[in-house]
Structures are given as structure tokens and as C-alpha cells.
Design a protein around this ligand. Structure first.
Ligand code: ZN
Length: 318
């Protein structure tokens, strides 16, 4: 997996089987959105989106044919200029996530690592309610916002290479991150090592087993090129269990807090002919202030670090 320039992954990361079938050909996949640079630094390859395959043994779906060094380079240089525009939406959802986290910790705060913290809105909300927060984020642009504007402690980099500043964590969070990682098993294994005994891991990721995903197929909104892995609830549970975490909350939907302006913006991104409507919605302070709680087809998972050590793949029969 880690050889520069190698085509990844060469087998299913959940069951290690090399037997796959094509689920969506590259040319069938939805039009990539700007921002990911086509997940390759090779200009000749930029018009080819990696195909999505499904493991014949465990049914896990993922993209193949990308290179780890290219993916890391794209994340490093990524500039998500929409951070500030939807800050209040992000903060409202962050507070909902903190309520869920506090159910797992019995309302106690401690040390928290937010993996893929972006501009740091969740980390900032966590700090406000008493968590001692460390952020980790690959994008230079996002780290700059989190550090200079919010005064957060954020390291730039990937979870696999993260050097904790001399401590372990009561909680690790990763929102809409697992689907982007070059090796989710290695990353969650690293998170296991970073957690204190009975520490909590809270994650969200698109639900590839949702009704929307099944009905929309290759037109599903989360089938975008920046997503390398597509989890169902069963596959996410398998990932956490494999990495030594006991799963005790696993929901196939996420009740976000969103403004009507944000929802119109998202819907318009799916249908480019109504771009004008998206711009009007973004500029409307009334629609930005009008808040709803729609269900998104993302999985929410809470896991607790199992005592007795991380199981090996052979212990799990995979
Ligand atoms: Zn598999």
C-alpha cells in the first residue's frame, strides 16, 4: 500500500481478498467536482476517474488505481474556500456530535484528537465545553485558518504519521474522514494506539448501504472521486471491531443541523442548471438563518477501546 506510485489498493482492506468485480466503470462514475485535482498529479491521468470495485468475498466497495503519494499531495494542497460560508451550520452539527460524545463519556471531558479537523469548527466547539483539543489536518489552507483565526493546536499531516505531543486521548473524532484515507485499517489501528484504555472513537462517513445509495446507484451524491472507500454499517462495524474497538452506537443516518441556504446549495450542486438559484440562496441572510434538521445518509459510529489489546486479523478469521 505504501509504495510511491503504486496502484492502490491491491486487495480489499477489510478481508484482504484480491477478488473483486467492477461496480462502476471509471467513465460511468459521476462527474468529479473541482477541488480534488482528479486525485492525481499526473496531467495525463486527470481525465480518468478510478473505477469503483466491490470485493467478491465481503462486499466492501472501494476505488482502485490511485496512488497514495498523489492522494496525499492533493489533500495537502486542497483549498476548501467554502469553510467560512457554512461555519454556523458546521458549528451546529458539531454541538450535536458533542452531545453524542458526552453520552459515551458520561458527560466527562478530557483530551481529544480531531482527525481531519478542517478549519477547526468542531475542535473549537469542543474546546468551548472543556475538552483539551488537538487537531490533525493535511490541508495547509485549513490548518492556517484553524491556527491563526481560531488559535487551535493543529498539526499538519496524516494520522499514520501523527506524533502525539506526549499523551494519549480520552476521545478521537473523525468526521467524514474514513472514506478519504489511503488505508482505513492502518489509520483506525493508529487511533486505537492513541486512545487511553476505554477511550472513545466517534466517526461519521457516507452510508453506501442507504436507500439513497441503492436507488441512485452511480448518481449517488457521495460517489465522488475524493471518496476512496464506501462503507455500509456492517463494513464500518467490521473496521472498528478489526481495530480493537467495541461498537456501541451505529446509526445509518446523521441528523445534521443545516440552514435552508445550505440545503439549496447542496441540491443545486447536483443539478448544475440551477446554479443561479444556489448563488441567490447563499446570499440570502434569511435562508442562511432558517435552520432545519434534515437526515443525511451518513453513518454515525461510536466505539470504545476494547481492553485486552488489539486483535490480529487472524483472531478475527479474516
Ligand atoms: Zn473484502
Amino acid at each position: 500500500m505504501r509504495e510511491d506510485g503504486a496502484s492502490c489498493p491491491d486487495a480489499c482492506v477489510l478481508c484482504e481478498s484480491g477478488a473483486t468485480r467492477i461496480l462502476f466503470q471509471a467513465e460511468e462514475c459521476r462527474t468529479p467536482r473541482p477541488g480534488y485535482g482528479w486525485l492525481t498529479s499526473d496531467p495525463l491521468a486527470r481525465k480518468k476517474v478510478p473505477p469503483v470495485v466491490r470485493c467478491r468475498v465481503c462486499g466492501f466497495s472501494f476505488r482502485v488505481g490511485w496512488s497514495e503519494s498523489d492522494v496525499h499531495a492533493v489533500y495537502r494542497e486542497m483549498k476548501n474556500t467554502a469553510y467560512g460560508r457554512w461555519e454556523e451550520d458546521a458549528r451546529c452539527t458539531a454541538r450535536r456530535m458533542l452531545n453524542l460524545l458526552h453520552r459515551a463519556t458520561g458527560g466527562r471531558q478530557g483530551t481529544l484528537l480531531d482527525v481531519g479537523c478542517g478549519a477547526g469548527y468542531f475542535a473549537d466547539e469542543a474546546r468551548r465545553v472543556g475538552w483539551e483539543v488537538q487537531g490533525l489536518e493535511p490541508s495547509r489552507y485549513a490548518v492556517e485558518i484553524a491556527v491563526s483565526e481560531l488559535g487551535l493546536q493543529v498539526q499538519r499531516g496524516e494520522i499514520e504519521d501523527f506524533k502525539p505531543p506526549g499523551k494519549r486521548y480520552d476521545a478521537v473524532t473523525a468526521f467524514e474522514v474514513l472514506e478519504h484515507l489511503v488505508n482505513p485499517v492502518g489509520a483506525v489501528g493508529r487511533i486505537y494506539d492513541l486512545l487511553k484504555p476505554r477511550g472513545v472513537f466517534l466517526a461519521t462517513t457516507p452510508n453506501a448501504g442507504s436507500v439513497f445509495a441503492r436507488i441512485l446507484g452511480r448518481r449517488w451524491w457521495y460517489l465522488e472521486e475524493g471518496h476512496l472507500y464506501y462503507f455500509t454499517r456492517a463494513h464500518l462495524a467490521k473496521l472498528l471491531e478489526t481495530c480493537g474497538l467495541d461498537v456501541f452506537v451505529l446509526r445509518g443516518y446523521l441528523k445534521k443541523s443545516a440552514s435552508v441556504a445550505y440545503l439549496i446549495h447542496k441540491l443545486c450542486a447536483e443539478a448544475k442548471w440551477v446554479n443561479g438559484l444556489a448563488k441567490i440562496a447563499e446570499r440570502s441572510s434569511w435562508l442562511s438563518g432558517l435552520r432545519v434538521r434534515p437526515y443525511f445518509d451518513e453513518i454515525v459510529a461510536l466505539g470504545k477501546k476494547r481492553s485486552g489489546g488489539r486483535p490480529s486479523m487472524s483472531d478475527l478469521g479474516v
